[in-house]
Design a protein around this ligand. Structure first.
Ligand code: GRF
Length: 192
């Protein structure tokens, strides 16, 4: 059995799609949802889907080994960031090197970096007069949104598009592709 942990700070619609996708899988499961935000809706989603959840604060995450140790003790093989707002500390990056990915709601390397999240991304895309936008799935390193790109899908921006309409289209694409891309990467772990 391959075990996935999902980190999320907010609503968790991607986390839910990933959990549902692997609920059908024979050899992979989402074993834990982790959040830095005790009020995040993702925790309610995890609870309704019967997935254990763990909440931590900044001090615990950056100044102790506790999150690392929990992931190791459960035997987590693969880590997914799905709307997670903090940088991942080095102890976790090193242990799961090449096995931590993130999804970003724009076509990196443009429109990424610290503070570039949610509608801010879509506003920046529109303000820059971009003709298209899309989603990027990438490996995670010690900087925001700079790890190697794994997958992108783009769509054209229409004159009537707003940050809200773009956000909706982005979510549709994310929900369609993120679980399947995770599945492919997890399957490849077997061959390593
Ligand atoms: C997604 O758009 C993702 O690209 C970004 O954060 C958002 C999370 O959405 N990193 P949700 O919480 O999964 O609905």
């Amino acid at each position: 059995m391959k075990r996935i942990a999902i980190f999320a700070s907010g609503s968790g619609s991607n986390a839910q799609k990933i959990i549902e996708y692997f609920a059908e899988a024979e050899n992979t499961e989402v074993s834990l949802v982790l959040s830095n935000n005790e009020n995040a809706f993702v925790l309610e989603r995890a609870s309704s889907l019967n997935i254990p959840a763990y909440v931590f604060d900044r001090q615990l995450f950056y100044e102790t080994e506790q999150v690392h140790d929990i992931l190791r003790d459960i035997g987590i093989d693969f880590i997914v960031l799905a709307g997670f707002m903090w940088l991942v500390p080095q102890n976790i990056l090193s242990h799961w090197a090449g096995r931590i990915i993130n999804i970003h709601p724009a076509l990196l390397p443009k429109f990424g970096g610290k503070g570039m999240y949610g509608d801010k991304v879509h506003k920046a895309v529109i303000d820059a007069g971009e003709k298209e936008t899309g989603i990027t799935i990438h490996y995670v390193n010690e900087k925001y949104d700079e790890g190697e790109i794994i997958f992108q899908e783009a769509f054209k921006i229409l004159p009537k598009d707003t940050p809200e309409s773009i956000a909706e289209k982005i979510h549709v694409l994310e929900h369609k592709h993120f679980p399947a891309v995770i599945g492919q990467l997890v399957d490849k772990l077997d061959q390593e």
